[in-house]
Design a protein around this ligand. Structure first.
Ligand SMILES: [Zn+2]
Length: 421
């Protein structure tokens, strides 16, 4: 088996941490920002230095490809994203890009024979932090293959018109044009040009650490649904209106949240996770009883039947009354568990064993570009342990040794895929 280099990995992690450095141990590197462009240029410079051919597609995804012995063979692709959230860490996304670069560097330096062209790539705007939604360009590139209800969220025109959340004006298309990274639609990743894709990523959760493992062999991305739950009350004056006559939509929402927790917990579904992370309150004035409160609920689990049971509880809210307010529920988004390609998962596991990795099979609770790609071509992921499970923050950390192990596993899994027809 072949090994990636700890020294090279450390050097790349340090170098890329400079692009968007916040000075507090993390980065802010919005997609297509000046900082993101610096990271992209560094990627291109290094990949050209090892003889890779650079291509860009119309969503500014960047591909660096080294040829294999068969010029007609499809590419084996490794990629992730280089953008971050505000005050994010030095690993989310970029680790997958650095690992892909490291695989190509190892293949070139050690002249490892391979048949298929090998591609390292950067996906544009995975976080959607400045231009929503998240996973924008994998959504566009894999559009044809997505389930109908997901497709609706990735219409090309809507993506181009997505507005900068900070200035409320600049569109994603303007940022795309200005970046100088808009390439040709023909260069997009496709079934015609790619055999499969691997994505190495930090775990972003505490499961590997708690289990005393460094590497996760990812089997699936959890199924999920997302509802908006709205409570309709009546605005009245905070000083003049008696308590027993009020229809307080915020109080109703508070009662409903407690009710949801009790009822869902009663179902006793192991490993289920659910979150109310967003509350919109109207008129949101301290002298007014709220008349409208709109909350989110996000529910995730591997088993579709388990999700259905929880969905029943959520939909059942409409029949109940909370603090005298009416309640309406509306489904926003739903997807079944996405299982990675079994053969590729097998290559990853064999490679992890061979490399002597301390690994565990795991599922992903978060979405990644790989998830959309998996509707188009065989895809899988490799997770690297996150310290304390922290992510999307400046404290995000993964040991360089674990990062290098992740890259080594990807390298050997890619070589296994390369041998298979
Ligand atoms: Zn990520």
């Amino acid at each position: 088996m072949y090994q990636c280099s700890l020294e090279r990995m450390k050097e790349k992690l340090e170098t890329f941490a400079r692009f968007g450095d916040t000075g507090n141990g993390g980065i802010t590197r919005y997609s297509l920002s000046e900082e993101a462009i610096m990271a992209r240029n560094e990627f291109i410079k290094r990949m050209e230095a090892i003889g890779a051919v650079i291509e860009k597609d119309d969503m500014a995804n960047v591909y660096a490809t080294i040829s294999g012995s068969d010029p007609h063979a499809k590419r084996i692709v490794m990629g992730s994203h280089a953008d971050s959230v505000m005050n994010g860490g030095n690993y989310d996304g970029i680790l997958g890009v650095i690992s892909a670069m490291e695989v190509l560097e190892t293949v070139v330096t050690e002249a490892i024979p391979h048949k298929h062209p090998l591609t390292a790539m950067i996906w544009t705007n995975e976080e959607g932090a400045l231009y929503p939604p998240a996973m924008m360009s994998s959504g566009v590139v894999c559009y044809k293959f997505l389930p109908e209800n997901i497709k609706a969220n990735f219409e090309y025109e809507d993506m181009m018109n997505s507005k900068n959340v900070l200035d409320g004006k600049t569109t994603f298309e303007e940022a795309l044009m200005r970046s100088g990274f808009r390439g040709r639609i023909e260069n997009r990743l496709s079934r015609e040009n790619a055999k499969c894709m691997f994505e190495t990523h930090i775990e972003q959760g505490p499961i590997l650490e708690a289990a005393g493992k460094n590497i996760g062999i990812v089997k699936c991305v959890l199924g999920m649904f997302n509802y908006r739950i709205r409570f309709y009350g009546q605005t009245s004056h905070a000083g003049t209106f008696p308590m027993n006559k009020r229809k307080d939509a915020l109080y109703a929402a508070a009662e409903a949240i407690c009710y949801i927790h009790e009822e869902i917990d009663k179902l006793g579904i192991a490993e289920l996770v659910y979150t109310t992370g967003e509350i919109v309150c109207h008129p949101n004035i301290h002298t007014c009883v709220p008349d409208l409160v709109d909350i989110s609920i996000d529910v995730r689990h591997e088993d579709t039947e388990a999700l259905k049971r929880v969905e029943k509880v959520v939909m059942g809210l409409e029949k109940l009354s909370f603090a005298g307010c009416k309640c309406k529920t509306e489904l926003q988004w739903k997807r079944d568990t996405v299982y990675w390609d079994k053969e590729l998962v097998g290559y990853v596991e064999e490679s992890a064993k061979e490399a002597g990795a301390n690994y565990k099979c795991i599922h992903s609770g978060a979405g990644h570009d790989a998830q959309f790609v998996s509707y188009m071509i065989p895809t899988t992921m490799i997770f690297v342990k996150s310290k304390e499970g922290l992510s999307h923050c400046e404290k995000e950390y993964s040991e360089p040794e674990d990062c290098t192990m992740g890259a080594t596993i990807m390298l050997n899994a890619v070589l296994r895929a390369d041998k298979k027809e």
